[in-house]
Design a protein around this ligand. Structure first.
Ligand code: ARG
Length: 486
């Protein structure tokens, strides 16, 4: 299949010898004019401007699937004959084979994927091809195609999201006991388990998956039968077509069915959140890989060097993912803007839904694939993480909690510890390095047992609340995710 359609060629419009002569239908003459009503053809520029075949040929499989379901229903309802259906099936079978083999000739003058396939079908099977469009319009056809295509893509993306989550869960289990500083305001706050940190992203991606599953329900409804905008006078069995296509139901208002693209917009919103989550992870990987943190290393296959600075190893993949998040969010805004001014029902504006949608799917798909591998290959440096956690008085809260347990009101304990930290800073030591007598000067209730509390491990182990960072909690969460992800 050629990605870019050839420039208009008059030969493209000529019917084959096998075609009965009336099959030289308005479709074949579209290059010159739509119908007897038109007195002049489009200029080449207008043709290029209005055509979507350059990108919407990607919908071909959905287009054929939708046409087959429509034709089967037309035959079952006695609207077309069994012979017509057989011809349509044969013709669409041949077209499928030709497209798969890269033999199909996409023609710019036939504007879009729908007209290209229909024109070729008529060339191949004659009048039966011309009957396929009975009770149908490109308006309900394109809405159906996009939904069918998107449904398949959502299923694929969900599989990739699960793979990324599994990679994170594996790393989390391996590093449940590894301690790094947890930050707020990017200032050292409290020690946390690296496994716990990674599982935060698993939660985000799990919610992304829930959102995609929910969007899928609304994507998976059938517009066909809405025809151009008002429904059709043919006795169509829309429920049957929906069943054939595995859709959950039919759109209940024909005007809405052909015009709204909210399903594409909410998919883009869900996809944007996936990217925002990947982007946050990317930002952390970039920071962690910097010499100033040196918490992790990325395998060389995800990095590039510098053409001028021989020592450089740059985290290009996370940087690009962070950058590509901008374009996916941009597509969301583009689609929202595309929709906002449109009166009912279908408007050609909607042809502009495809490129942002396709690019969103491509970008998210590649990003998720790469990140599953990247996370699996992440090299963790526990000593550097722990060293960082020792700087910055990460266990100050633990000392305050200790004093509360000795009977001090929390606010007083907070104040006492602030003095202790001030002293430690002045002496250039960690809290745990202050002698017991100095600590007791801060408060007489402090005893020998304080050193257990001031250790990173003690701080971690104490946070055993559900959702807390204690390694035993982290392992419990790992088990829960494993059960969920299968
Ligand atoms: N290529 C068109 C699209 O993507 C198909 C629908 C055209 N309908 C029409 N009335 N011009 O929206």
């Amino acid at each position: 299949m050629s990605a870019t359609p050839p420039s208009p060629s008059p030969a493209a419009a000529s019917p084959t010898a096998a075609t009965p002569s009336p099959a030289a239908s308005s479709l074949d003459r579209k290059a010159e004019a739509w119908s007897a009503l038109f007195s002049e053809p489009m200029s080449e520029l207008v043709q290029r401007y209005t055509a979507s075949i350059g990108f919407d040929h990607r919908l071909w499989r959905a287009d054929i699937e939708g046409s087959l379901a429509h034709a089967e229903m037309l035959a079952a309802q006695g609207i077309v004959s069994a012979q017509d259906l057989a011809d349509i099936r044969r013709g669409l079978g041949q077209i499928t084979a030709d497209i798969e083999a890269g033999r199909f000739e996409w023609k710019l003058e036939l504007e879009d994927v729908h007209l290209n396939i229909e024109a070729r079908l008529t060339q191949l099977v004659g009048d039966a091809g011309k009957r396929l469009h009975t009770g149908r319009s490109r308006n309900d056809q394109v809405a159906t195609d996009v939904r069918l295509w998107l449904r398949g893509e959502i299923d694929q993306l969900r599989g990739l999201l699960a793979a990324l989550q599994r990679a994170l869960v594996d790393q989390a289990e391996r590093h449940a006991e590894v301690i790094l500083p947890g930050f707020t305001h990017l200032q050292v706050a409290q020690p946390v388990s690296f496994g716990h940190h990674l599982l935060a992203y698993v939660e985000m991606f799990a919610r992304d998956d829930e959102r995609l599953a929910d969007v899928r329900k609304r994507v998976n409804r059938l517009p066909l039968g809405a025809a151009a905008l008002a429904g059709t006078s043919y006795p169509l069995d829309r429920e049957r077509v929906a069943r054939t296509l595995g859709m959950e139901g039919v759109c209940q208002n024909s005007l809405d069915a052909v015009s709204d693209r909210d399903f594409a917009i909410e998919f883009s919103a869900a996809a944007s959140l996936v990217m925002v989550h990947v982007s946050r992870l990317s930002e952390e990987l970039i920071l962690w890989m910097s010499q100033n943190f040196a918490f992790v290393d990325l395998p060389d296959r995800f990095c590039t060097g510098s053409s001028i600075m021989p020592q450089k190893k740059n985290p290009d993949v996370p940087e690009l993912a962070r950058g590509k998040t901008g374009r996916v969010v941009g597509h969301l805004v583009g689609l929202l803007t595309l929709m906002k001014g449109q009166p009912l029902a279908y408007n050609k504006d909607n042809q502009e839904d495809k490129e942002p949608l396709f690019d969103t799917v491509d970008t998210v798909r590649d990003t998720l694939r790469i990140f599953a591998e990247l996370v699996a290959g992440l090299v963790v440096k526990p000593e550097a993480m722990e060293r960082a956690a020792r700087r910055g008085y990460a266990t100050a809260t633990d000392l305050a909690d200790y004093l509360v347990k000795k009977g001090l009101p929390f606010r007083d304990a907070h104040e006492t510890v602030a003095h202790a930290v001030k002293l430690a800073i002045a002496e250039g030591r960690d809290l745990a390095e202050l002698p017991l007598e100095r600590l007791q000067q801060m408060h007489p209730a402090i005893g020998e047992d304080v050193f257990g509390v001031l250790s990173l491990r003690g701080s971690l182990d104490a946070r055993r609340v559900v959702g807390g960072t204690a390694p035993e909690q982290v392992r419990a969460q790992v088990a829960r995710h494993r059960g969920r992800l299968g």
